[in-house]
Ligand binder design. Sequence first.
Ligand SMILES: [Fe+2]
Ligand SMILES: [Fe+2]
Length: 132
Amino acid sequence: MTFVEWEPKYQLGVEQFDLHHQHLVGLLNELYDKYATHKDDDALLRDAVSNLTEYADYHFTLEESWMLQVEYPAYDEHVLQHKQFIFKIVEFNHLYRTEKEHLALEIIAFLRRWLLDHIVQADGKYGAFIRR
Ligand SMILES: [Fe+2]
Ligand SMILES: [Fe+2]
């Protein structure tokens, strides 16, 4: 079973960002898989964490500068949401090495919920904004 299944309803109609989102879902799936199967392989997990962080950062930066260009009104609150996601990955990165395994899993579950909600709601709003 795939941890996060990509569904057509996540599509915004902004091609570049739709592709980014699919890629992000793939990286979160990789992190989950590696955590589920190779929890003790530090190097492997570190790679998965940094792949997700770097790509999320890349995507958020492009989204944010695009929003400024199109003068998207909800820019500030959107940026705050992006920061929260990165913050949670950092938190995961601290936790998975400790004994607090259930917390690390909770964070992965949080990242999953955040990503899907954010794509549908917050990103969905700029999708609607640009289609007007
Ligand atoms: Fe996005
Ligand atoms: Fe976003």
